[in-house]
Design a protein around this ligand. Structure first.
Ligand code: FAD
Ligand code: NAD
Length: 476
């Protein structure tokens, strides 16, 4: 408790989406909030992960739009000396691209910092560590020479995660890279080998392919994006292959070595893949080591994630954990929701426990994959009961006009009631199109209610209405 104001004292360790949102919520409720951040406000989400990757993807979309414009009758040519037209090359200036995205990231970090300061949050630059469930030490000097100590009624740990490193494929920051190191490349890599075909691997493989790199994708599973809707992943894999990507299925990388001129990836079956650069996208590890958590009595999982309940509280009443360091779902949107929920709960405000089923998520490949609610696998495994309707975008008039060939809308409706229980959209800008399905899911709307809503004609959302209409059932 702050002795002068009587406000509750809250210390937040880590200023990514989880920590920043928690700090803002605390300030809004009148708490005395101190935010400790060792690198920059916005965290990895803003500085190395979400903002740079999605900015790179915006560039990749522009490059792909130029490539695909020909199909809609747009032609680019320059006249040579003889007056005859020549097709110009589309070139991406990677230095300019990287400058732009790093500057966007830096600016967003500064904007967030200013917003927190305006709200009254005290920001301390340094590395925080728990010394008890209500005491945090911060090393503010280089190599831990200077220390500050903070008493807290509540501590919120939001320290995020870092790229997983394999001992036989250690990143050198030049040829063998993690996703945080990609933005130092001066030129579009001649041949990028991406190890790992989860969301991170798939997004970067697609983006670099679209900006002109030759790409090989080392995928340990039968298909890329193993945790996604199988039909959606199949569309993406087909698009990848059609664009010339070398997808190596059921292939695990055993080691990666840098040579004088490039990299050699040795697969577990002995095959070797040579390229100019290698991106390691083999998952993340939580930044929970050396934080004093176990010593303070906070329970961790075997993977080092902090165990939390649905309001983000750990086994210790005064300690909460939010975002990628907790054992929930590593998404920026979830980190923010947890941050807010944790702070409200700690300060005694009303909260609803977080339901992951309602989280809309998106994979920013081209086309994108957006999902919400129960999925086909849940229906097949009989965890949920529902009917499935798929409408392919090749049947959608607007998609035809726009030259969109790949993608679909898939809707799940509960048997009997017809309530929307989930959906998948594979389409350009699926991240924007999923919102009506998310609204329907959250508010328990039925397919008949959706079918009654007028979509614009012609529009991609028309396929959502079509899927809902097809799910209409006659009531006996
Ligand atoms: C390539 C990539 C793309 C992604 N794209 C998306 C996307 O499009 N949409 C989406 O929702 N999610 C996306 N994610 C996931 C998203 O980045 C994470 O879920 C999000 O960053 C989690 O936020 P956080 O607050 O938990 O942690 P972080 O953003 O990792 O922030 C944690 C902060 O804590 C600081 N910190 C750590 N230890 C200490 C300490 N001891 N003392 C002080 N500070 C400390 C770190 O410096 C860091 O700034 C992506 C992830 C990756 C890898
Ligand atoms: N658009 C987004 O919202 C977005 C983008 C990126 C990441 N994320 C979040 O981050 C989470 C993690 O995604 P991720 O892709 O970073 O990690 P992941 O753990 O989901 O995928 C890593 C993949 O690498 C494979 N792998 C591991 N070792 C390998 C080896 N030696 N050779 C070949 N493959 C190997 C694994 O089998 C796995 O499929 C996502 O679930 C998501 O929550 C979100």
């Amino acid at each position: 408790m702050n002795a002068t104001t009587g406000a509750q004292k809250v210390v937040v360790i880590g200023g990514g989406p989880g920590g920043a949102e928690a700090a803002l919520a605390g300030a809004q409720l009148g708490a005395d909030v101190t935010l400790i951040e060792r690198v920059g406000v916005g965290g990895s989400a803003v500085l190395t992960d979400v903002v740079p990757s999605k900015s790179l993807i915006a560039t990749a979309e522009s490059a792909a739009a130029i490539r695909d414009a020909n199909a809609l009758g747009v032609q680019f040519y320059v006249r040579g000396e003889t007056g005859r037209p020549h097709k110009p090359e589309v070139a991406v200036n990677l230095q300019a691209v990287n400058r732009r995205l790093l500057s966007l990231a830096g600016q967003q970090s500064l904007d967030m910092k200013a917003e927190l300061e305006r709200a009254g949050v005290t920001i301390v630059q340094g590395e925080g560590r728990l010394v008890s469930p209500s005491r945090v030490v911060v090393s503010t000097g280089k190599k831990g020479t200077d220390f500050d100590e903070f008493e807290a009624d509540t501590v919120i740990v939001s320290v995020g995660a870092s790229p997983r490193e394999l001992p036989s494929a250690m990143p050198d920051g030049k040829r063998i890279l993690t996703w945080t190191q990609l933005y130092s490349m001066d030129d579009v890599p001649e041949h990028l080998i991406v190890v790992g075909s989860g969301v991170t691997g798939a997004e970067f493989a697609n983006a670099y392919s679209n900006i002109g790199a030759k790409v090989s994708l080392v995928s340990s599973r039968q298909r890329v994006l193993p945790n996604e809707d199988a039909d959606a992943a199949e569309v993406i894999e087909e698009v990848f292959k059609r664009q010339g990507m070398n997808v190596l299925s059921e292939s695990r990388a055993a080691s990666v070595e840098a040579t004088e001129t490039g990299v050699v990836v040795t697969l577990e079956d002995g095959r070797k893949v040579e390229g100019s650069h290698c991106l390691m996208a083999v998952g993340s590890v939580p930044n929970t080591k050396g934080l004093g958590l176990e010593e303070a009595g906070v329970e961790l999982t075997e993977s080092g994630h902090i165990k939390v309940n649905r309001v983000a509280r750990t086994n210790l009443p005064s300690v909460y954990a939010v975002g990628d360091c907790a054992d929930v779902l590593p998404l920026a949107s979830v980190a923010q929701m947890q941050g807010r929920t944790a702070m409200f709960h700690a300060l005694g405000d009303a909260v609803s426990p977080i339901s992951l089923r309602a989280v809309a998520s998106n994979i920013f490949t081209q086309p994108e994959i957006a999902t919400v609610g129960w999925q086909q696998k849940d229906l097949e495994d009989d965890i949920a009961q529902g009917d499935i309707q798929v409408v392919h975008l090749s049947q959608n008039p607007r998609a035809k006009m726009m030259g969109i060939e790949d993608g679909f809308v898939k809707l799940f409706a509960r048997k009997g009631s017809g309530t929307v229980i989930g959906g998948v959209i594979v389409s350009p800008k699926a991240s924007e199109l999923i919102y009506p399905i998310t609204m329907a899911f959250e508010n328990r709307l039925t397919v008949d209610m959706i079918a009654k809503v007028f979509p614009v004609y012609p529009s991609l959302t028309g396929s959502i209405a079509d899927a809902a209409r097809s799910l209409h059932r006659i009531v006996d």
